[in-house]
Design a protein around this ligand. Structure first.
Ligand code: DC
Length: 234
């Protein structure tokens, strides 16, 4: 059996869209010098990959879907200024992954057990020394059940929709809050109520509501608990 102290420690941060888990995870990983897994990007990549393969008129079977998820030619490469370039078939696709169309496809694919099975080991392969911060929906419940710290980050739907609106405004897009709320509710509903690996806090998760907190405040809370848990392993 592997010695616990030689295994890379994992911190999981799960939560719904717009809870801020991506930004928080990046900062916590940077502070600790840990690797980072943005598992949502893998589901989005799968959406883009399927779109690119659309010349195939046949609907893939479950076995084929699982194999596609296992084999899709993906690379995460350290880019400029500490960012990560995400490559599909040797093309940088970061911007293409963030569209509403791909988000919607990712959410549909994420409800399919064959896709989740195909991506499981790929996600676990990110766990390397000195440690990993993994963000998603089922990081603490399914993918890394032995994580040393599991965070469940949430915020009200209104706050999450408002954050999304601000991000879009920065990109020069103006979408009404009503449309964003509608979109968020639909995605929440699918992510929370699907049969396989639904979005929910792990039994041993620390719950944080970020509705009234800014990014720095949440990072401080997570860093305090992470430092304590890491010192307990030392
Ligand atoms: O976090 P995100 O918006 O990039 O995730 C895209 C979709 O993938 C989202 O609808 C939920 C799904 N997802 C999932 O089911 N499990 C994960 N671990 C990460 C994302």
């Amino acid at each position: 059996m592997a010695n616990m102290k030689t295994m890379a420690p994992v911190i999981t941060i799960d939560g719904p869209s717009g809870s801020g888990k991506g930004t928080i995870s990046r900062q916590v990983a940077r502070n600790l010098g840990f690797h980072l897994l943005d598992s949502g990007a893998l589901y989005r990549l799968m959406g883009l990959y399927i779109l690119q393969l659309a010349h195939d008129p046949q609907q893939p079977t479950d076995d084929e879907l699982e194999q596609l998820a296992r084999d899709m030619p993906v690379e995460f490469r350290a880019g400029k200024a500490g960012d990560v370039d995400i490559l599909l078939d040797n093309q940088v696709v970061n911007d293409r992954l963030r569209t509403e169309q791909i988000g919607e496809m990712a959410s549909r694919l994420a409800a399919m057990p064959a896709v989740r099975r195909g991506l499981l080991q790929r996600q676990r392969d990110f766990c390397r020394l000195p440690g990993l911060v993994a963000d998603g929906r089922d990081m603490g419940t399914v993918v890394f059940p032995d994580a040393i710290l599991k965070i469940y980050l949430d915020a009200s739907q209104e706050a999450r929709a408002e954050r999304r609106r601000k991000q879009l405004i920065e990109k020069g897009e103006n979408v009404s809050i009503a449309i964003l709320l509608q979109d968020l509710r639909r995605r929440d509903q699918r992510d929370r109520n699907r049969k396989h690996a639904p979005l929910m806090p792990a039994d041993d998760a620390v719950n944080i509501d970020s509705t009234e907190l800014d990014i720095d405040q949440v990072v401080t809370i997570v860093m305090d608990i992470a430092t304590e848990r890491l010192s307990m392993r030392a």
